[in-house]
Write a protein of this length. Structure first.
Length: 332
């Protein structure tokens, strides 16, 4: 599983900070830096995690700012901006327990802990080396800055190690397409979510003709063999195997599963498309598609294009807020 890195940050192989990273960093420029005590053990753990020979969902991960300290600070600030946005989208104000589903090394978990200092924050990921690094970083936090620290768990999303109705707020960003069983993971999220709690989930929309992880055009819900052939023709054959584990998630699949689980959901991707069309922002992750949408918006076609995209589901990303009925209207 990968986290958001912002959704994690999705770093480029060239080492140049992408537009997304620049945008996220600017949004977070006024945030407090991460107070972290660095030592040889922490440097060594990062070196192991960044080993290019180690297979990971963190493709093309680039260290920013010229040093690990600068990199960690940059990503923490950006993650804080993103977790704040997710919480605002979900209407979350003061949750008691938060789950970072697919936390990787835990930047989003650290961000959640900083934003909600009184909350109990947990991160889960099946990759042991990521959990070890996240736990080590948490142990090096300045407890004057963090009264509490996140707790990390090595576990698959299909078997969450928590009791029913544990969390007020669960977020999962660019993770669900990587799991072994999408339906089971969503069921597990619903199981551990409190009544009245909220799930924020985003992922690529595979009805849109582009695969963002490998940077390749594709037919909607393309056979993987065809996408891999396209990649080989474009000189990306060494990366073609990466697509084997991906799940072609799409709005119909997500919404059907939310209904089966008794969750009430809001499709926020359509609102994002309308913001991009109107020039109000929200173009992060949309790349060239954002420029095209903004051009059409300037031609006065916002309403027509927005309606067509909403009907066809032909937008780049899935963005959902799903709630479990009962309890308060907002996770608080």
């Amino acid at each position: 599983m990968q986290s958001a890195k912002i959704s994690s940050l999705d770093y480029g192989v060239s080492g140049k900070v992408t537009t997304f990273e620049e945008t996220a960093s600017k949004r977070a420029s006024d945030l407090e830096a991460l107070a972290l005590s660095w030592d040889d053990e922490l440097h060594a753990a990062w070196s192991d995690w960044l080993d290019p020979d180690r297979f990971s969902f963190q493709r093309g991960y680039t260290v920013l700012g010229g040093s690990l300290q600068a990199h960690v600070d940059t990503v923490y600030r950006a993650s804080t901006a993103v977790v704040r946005r997710m919480a605002n989208e979900a209407g979350v104000v003061a949750p008691n327990r938060v789950l970072d589903f697919g936390c990787s090394v835990g930047f989003n978990s650290l961000a959640a802990q900083g934003l909600f200092p009184d909350a109990e924050v947990h991160g889960i990921d099946p990759e042991g080396i990521s959990i070890e690094l996240g736990t080590l970083m948490a142990s090096r936090l300045d407890r004057g800055q963090f009264g509490k620290v996140p707790q990390y768990h090595e576990a698959p999303g299909e078997r969450l190690p928590f009791d029913d109705e544990t969390f007020d707020f669960i977020y999962s960003t660019t993770v669900i397409e990587h799991v072994d069983d999408v339906n089971v993971c969503l069921a597990e999220m619903a199981r551990v979510l409190k009544s009245g709690g909220a799930i924020y989930l985003d992922a690529p929309n595979y009805i849109f003709p582009y695969e963002p992880h490998v940077g390749s055009m594709m037919l909607p819900l393309s056979p993987k063999s065809l996408l891999k052939t396209t990649m080989r023709m474009r000189g990306k054959g060494r990366e073609a195997g990466f697509v084997d584990h991906l799940n072609w998630v799409h709005p119909g699949w997500m919404e059907r599963r939310f209904r089966e689980l008794g969750l009430v959901y809001e499709n926020r991707a359509i609102a994002k498309v309308r913001r991009v069309l109107s020039g109000e922002g929200g173009a992060v992750h949309y790349g060239r598609a954002a420029a095209a949408l903004q051009f059409l918006g300037r031609l006065g076609l916002s309403g027509l294009i927005g309606g067509a995209l909403a009907t066809s589901r032909l937008y780049p990303s899935l963005i959902y807020v799903a709630r479990k009925p009962g309890g308060p209207d907002r996770a608080a």
